[in-house]
Design a binder for this molecule. Structure first.
Ligand SMILES: Cc1cc2nc3c(=O)[nH]c(=O)nc-3n(C[C@H](O)[C@H](O)[C@H](O)COP(=O)(O)O)c2cc1C
Ligand code: SF4
Ligand code: SF4
Length: 295
């Protein structure tokens, strides 16, 4: 009998969570990659974990990355499998878990438990403002280290609760940001969605009305600087095989998940562009580029 843990991760946070859970339940870690064929489960599967980041819930989207949605649409024979999910986020997960639960129901399965883990990197507010306004580098000082230790402590506590629940096969525990919060936030979702659409039209250089479709073309805004040495790591870490090298320089092919793995894991800081300029490069020490390379 096996415990399968499917994960998707761009900057490594969700992989960190997946690894921690896998250690505790002795699960098999499997990276979700595009173009999965139909995935059928048999009676030898004990449990199925889904671990991934929340994307674009702030803009009133489902919060589920395209690649994860695609993966779920391929699941078959999951009606008797114990399914749990963990979504990492940076503060606004919206209704991602409810949406995930609905998707799984459509495949005749049940999401038994679903959790959010906030994993935003704790730079100081002042540093973030300076970074945003003056493009100053984000610093990792003593206070940062202290906050990072706290993040790790909170993470350990949450993982313990999650693992306990999984081992007890707990049911009907889906975390939510709360109905009231979501109702109050609705006008902001509407406003931010329309702002995000204009922004993504600019990034993608496309005029689609569908936000989700626009995000696929956001890679039109990526470019490399003179530090690019053609090492090809960006090609290897892209989960959807959306990059190739041409004349030793990356070329993007408009099927982008916006995961920023190419930016995050470029060893030469050679990747630039409007969409990544405010992204903070940070990953947990025990997650390395080797973990992120597509096998
Ligand atoms: C394209 C994109 C969209 C995101 N949208 C949201 C969001 O709507 N709400 C939120 O709380 N976090 C959002 N985040 C933050 C990620 O969910 C968070 O950083 C997550 O831990 C990243 O996981 P990973 O390191 O496994 O890729 C977004 C991140 C990216 C890259
Ligand atoms: S990983 Fe960075 S340096 Fe290597 S090819 Fe890609 S952009 Fe260039
Ligand atoms: S091109 Fe970069 S941001 Fe887009 S899916 Fe690939 S790795 Fe992620």
């Amino acid at each position: 009998m096996s415990d399968l843990i499917y994960y998707f991760s761009g900057s490594g946070n969700s992989l960190k969570v997946a690894k921690e859970i896998s250690k505790e339940i002795n699960g098999n870690l499997i990276r979700i990659l595009k173009k999965a064929d139909e995935i059928s489960f048999n009676e030898n599967i004990n449990s199925l974990g889904l671990i991934f980041p929340v994307y674009h819930a702030t803009f009133g989207e489902s919060g589920i990355p395209h690649i994860v949605e695609d993966f779920i649409s391929k699941l078959k024979n999951i009606n008797s499998v114990y399914i749990y999910a963990v979504c990492t986020h940076s503060g606004f997960p919206g209704t991602t878990i409810e949406n995930l639960s609905r998707l799984i129901s459509k495949r005749h399965g049940t999401l038994s438990v679903g959790y959010y883990i906030k994993m935003s990197i704790p730079y100081s507010t002042l540093d973030k403002i300076k970074h945003l306004l003056f493009k100053e580098e984000l610093k990792t000082n003593q206070l940062f280290e202290k906050k990072m230790n706290k993040l790790q402590e909170d993470l350990n506590k949450k993982i313990k609760v999650i693992v306990d629940d999984i081992l007890k096969r707990k049911k009907a525990k889906l975390e939510t940001t709360g109905r009231i919060f979501n109702i109050l936030y609705t006008p902001l979702y509407i406003l931010s969605k329309s702002m995000a659409k204009s922004y993504y039209k600019k990034l993608s250089n496309k005029n689609f009305n569908n936000f989700s479709k626009l995000t696929l073309y956001a890679d039109n805004s990526f470019k490399t600087n003179q530090k690019c040495n053609g090492c090809g790591i960006c090609v290897k870490v892209c989960p959807v095989d959306n990059i190739s090298l041409m004349n030793s320089k990356p070329v993007w092919h408009n099927n982008c998940e916006n995961c920023f793995a190419c930016y995050q894991w470029c060893p030469s800081n050679a990747l630039e562009g409007e969409i990544v300029q405010f992204q903070r490069k940070y990953h947990f020490d025990d997650i390395t580029v080797k973990d992120m390379i597509r096998k």
